[in-house]
Design a protein around this ligand. Structure first.
Ligand code: BDR
Ligand code: CA
Length: 312
């Protein structure tokens, strides 16, 4: 079997972060070296607690480190309207079985990247604060990064403002550092994630798998679906899972090379990801996905974890 891709999961869980991590935990092609958390969907304290509960549920044994409690420049911004007061409202979850790592997110990233014998991929499914701080603090480790797979932005649309997607809007200065870093970037923005929709028959198929993980993921999907249905979406956009799926099955995605620049100053467009071909490309941007195959990937992942059961 081919060598596994070594990854760091960096996110702000969050329902869709948790489902992305389920996809990673279930895959034989990935080796999770570390989990790092960042303020975004909720405070860093809340998402760090959620992260450890998710790792306990899924059997992820990597160290979990907390990141910064604020973006690089702007005030913190959370999304309780989407993910609830806990940042992960919905089904009961296990209490964490692992402590929080005593290292900061950036120190843990630096440790695992420098110690790993090979290149490492960072999967960022929250604001890019940790990843930017890591790149700024450790430029010598850039060459040890295979790629940064990002859920964030949107070439043709925004969600929190007409121009900006939440993860990039929370910390545009960090996003600018990352997109200008020279590290290969895979971007799954709203252009693709709003096509990766979960419909009721999909969460029912997830529920029908049986097993603790499948039941909980089905609840998360339904929770996310109900919120999005209420605001006019046809289904629940699976934002963060796209950033893992694109590494596992790139052929399912319509990937285009682009130069992506981050608007940090605009009065109306702060946090916009401006994609074009007037300059050399710095990213491969997903613009579409085979929805049915993507949904099947999620269901297969839960199926692989079907025999896992922890005390709740
Ligand atoms: C992004 O914002 C968060 O609410 C989700 O977890 C996802 O990462 C979508 O805009
Ligand atoms: Ca997220």
């Amino acid at each position: 079997m081919a060598q596994k891709r070594a990854i760091i999961l960096d996110g702000d869980p969050g329902h869709d972060d948790a489902i992305a991590w389920m996809l990673a935990a279930a895959s034989d092609a990935l080796q999770i070296l570390a989990v790092t958390t960042v303020c975004g969907n909720q405070t860093v304290e809340k998402v760090s607690y959620n992260a450890r509960r998710i790792c306990t549920l899924l059997g992820i044994e990597a160290p979990v480190a907390a990141g910064r409690s604020t973006p690089l420049v702007s005030e913190a911004m959370n999304a309780p309207s989407v993910h609830g007061e806990s940042g992960l409202d919905g089904p009961a979850l296990p209490e964490p079985t692992m402590p929080l790592c005593e290292l900061s997110s950036v120190a843990l990233m630096a440790k695992v990247v420098s110690e790993y014998d090979g290149k490492v991929t960072i999967i960022s499914t929250g604001p890019l604060t940790n990843t930017a701080c890591f790149l700024l603090a450790h430029p010598e480790l850039k060459e040890k990064l295979e790629c940064i797979s990002i859920m964030g932005g949107g070439i043709e649309l925004g969600n929190w403002t007409p121009a900006a997607e939440f993860n990039i809007l929370v910390d545009p200065e960090a996003a600018k550092v990352v997109f200008e870093s020279g590290v290969p970037i895979l971007m799954c923005g709203l252009d693709v994630t709003e096509k990766a929709l979960i419909l009721p028959q999909d969460f029912e198929a997830m529920r029908a798998i049986g097993g603790q993980v499948g039941q909980i993921v089905a609840e998360w999907l339904e929770f996310f679906y109900r919120f999005h249905k209420n605001i006019g979406y046809e289904g629940a956009p699976m934002h963060d899972p796209c950033a893992v799926a694109v590494l596992l099955r790139p052929e399912l995605f319509d990937l285009r090379e682009m130069c992506v620049q981050i608007e940090t100053k605009g009065e109306y467009c702060r946090g916009a990801t401006v994609g074009h071909n007037r300059k050399p490309p710095n990213a491969r941007v997903a613009m579409g996905v085979d929805r049915a195959a993507f949904v099947q990937l999620l269901i297969d992942a839960a199926d692989r974890l079907k025999n896992r059961e922890v005390a709740i």
